[in-house]
Design a protein around this ligand. Structure first.
Ligand code: GDP
Ligand code: IMO
Ligand code: MG
Length: 423
């Protein structure tokens, strides 16, 4: 019996997809527990690049069971496009992908409502991915949502009722839209979804655990986007933290073992909202260019800045992180100096904890360290790490009170180095 959880500690896009793929051979099951097609998880191996949105990143390594859990919101038309592309590229998934009947469906009108609400907010908009995430989770909590299991029974009536309700809201907002094409593709997606294993995934996953199988839970987004603990209201609409794996899959908290926290060696954010260590200068632009920091889903420029240890300590705390995975260290290979934010100055006072509100008046206090000025992308062992990089890792471990067990030095599956291994 073993459930480990892997999740992002910053504002998403930390490299979760890559590491889930790397770790998959050690597990029997990989499961997504929250979020939906707002996620874009990139994997690279054998010269190929894949971006996954709703399908777990355990789909490529061996014949593992991959589960889309009840906490996920699923758009049938986007799911169909994603699954068909994978099948066409020689990665069959029909037999190994199991979808919870309790996962909620993103309707075409949820996507339109997402756009309408953003337009109504004007300058205060969240900068969502436009995939209908907020409206779908709103319906779930309001007890008016449609679930995957609903497609098996009186579906047409249920869909018509939900659509009519959404149309009323859109009318009240005076929002103009054309649903025809979106709905056509969505209904085709519903028929496609019927051809998959639609399961009671909470039973399945607990039975697998009883049989001695191990599970890796794949988080989406990041802790700073969590609906409770993130930079509210500039967050997503689900619990991205470790506890989300319990509610999003039907797992008791006593089943959780390791909690892998993923962080970049710097920090990025896409969409609106506060970002204390954001860089607006040439350094920020250089990080964006070297790290190819553009959204995997929307193509939007990601905002870039130095690593924020105040926010990371908070993320580690609310998730119970047991080990860190340090991503994209190679992006800083050419820098003369590296900075890390160790505390904030708020109203003239220095604090080392993450405050209630980071919207304004938060000034980062930095520690500056020498860069390593070495190309690390071809390194295969920690023995090759330059002295300055080792010093940077030790500094992070000390500041964060958590060991860095994996270091990623490039996007490829192979560019992954484990630390603390038996020599
Ligand atoms: P996710 O949403 O957390 O899975 O992350 P994304 O896929 O949205 O963004 C991470 C990006 O960084 C992708 O383009 C990855 O291919 C890339 N990447 C992952 N790890 C590394 C790394 O160690 N170095 C570099 N240079 N790129 C990486
Ligand atoms: P992965 O899993 C980065 C951001 C959006 C927006 C906010 C709310 O690839 O790390 P939503 O569409 O969820 O209502 O948007 O959250 N956001 C992400 N940012 N990576 C993601 O996923 C994200 N998913 C949502 O940009 O600011
Ligand atoms: Mg991403």
């Amino acid at each position: 019996m073993k459930v480990d959880v892997l999740l992002g500690l910053q504002w998403g896009d930390e490299g979760k997809g890559k590491v889930v793929d790397v770790l998959t051979p050690r597990y029997d099951v990989v499961a997504r527990f929250q979020g939906g097609p707002n996620a874009g998880h990139t994997l690279e191996f054998e010269g190929q690049k894949y971006v996954l949105r709703s399908i777990p990143s355990g789909i490529f390594q061996g014949n593992k069971v991959n589960i889309i859990g009840n906490g996920v919101v699923l758009d049938p038309s986007l799911f169909k496009a994603e699954a068909e592309a994978l099948e066409a590229s020689g990665h069959p998934l029909k037999e190994r992908l199991h979808i919870s009947k309790k996962a909620h469906l993103i309707l075409p009108t949820h996507r339109i409502l997402d756009a309408a609400y953003e337009a109504a907010k004007g300058a205060a908009k969240v900068g969502t991915t436009g995939k209908g995430i907020g409206p779908t989770y709103t319906d779930k909590v309001s007890r008016t949502g449609l679930r995957v299991g609903d497609i098996l029974c009186h579906f047409e009536e249920k869909y018509a009722a939900a659509k009519a309700r959404h149309e009323q809201i859109l009318k009240s907002l005076n929002y103009e839209y054309d649903i025809t094409e979106l709905e056509k593709q969505w209904l085709e997606g519903i028929e496609y979804l019927r051809t998959f294993h639609l399961v009671d995934s909470e039973h399945e996953i607990n039975n697998l655990l009883k049989d001695g199988k191990s599970v890796l839970c794949e988080g989406a987004q990041g802790t700073m986007l969590d609906v409770d603990f993130g930079s509210y209201p500039f967050v997503t609409s689900s619990n991205t933290i470790c506890a989300g794996a319990c509610t999003g899959l039907g797992l008791g908290p006593n089943k959780i073992g390791e909690v892998y926290g993923i962080m970049k060696a710097y920090c990025t954010r896409v969409g609106a909202g506060p970002f204390p260590t954001e860089l607006f200068d040439e350094t920020g632009k250089t990080i964006r260019a070297l790290g190819h920091e553009y959204g995997a889903v929307t193509g939007r420029e990601r905002r870039c800045g130095w690593v924020d240890l105040v926010a990371l300590r908070y993320s580690i705390m609310v998730n119970g992180v047991t080990q860190l995975i340090l991503m994209k260290s190679d992006v800083l290979d050419a820098f003369d100096t590296i900075k890390a934010c160790v505390a904030y100055k708020v109203n003239g006072e220095e604090i080392d904890y993450f405050p209630y509100d980071i919207t304004e008046g938060v000034e980062p206090i930095y520690v500056e360290m020498p860069g390593w000025k070495t190309d690390m992308t071809k390194m295969t062992s920690e023995d090759e790490f330059p002295e300055e990089f080792n010093a940077y890792i030790s500094f992070l471990e000390e500041q964060l009170g958590t060991p860095v067990k994996i270091v990623s030095v490039g996007p490829d599956r192979e560019q992954t180095i484990e630390r603390y291994t038996e020599k």
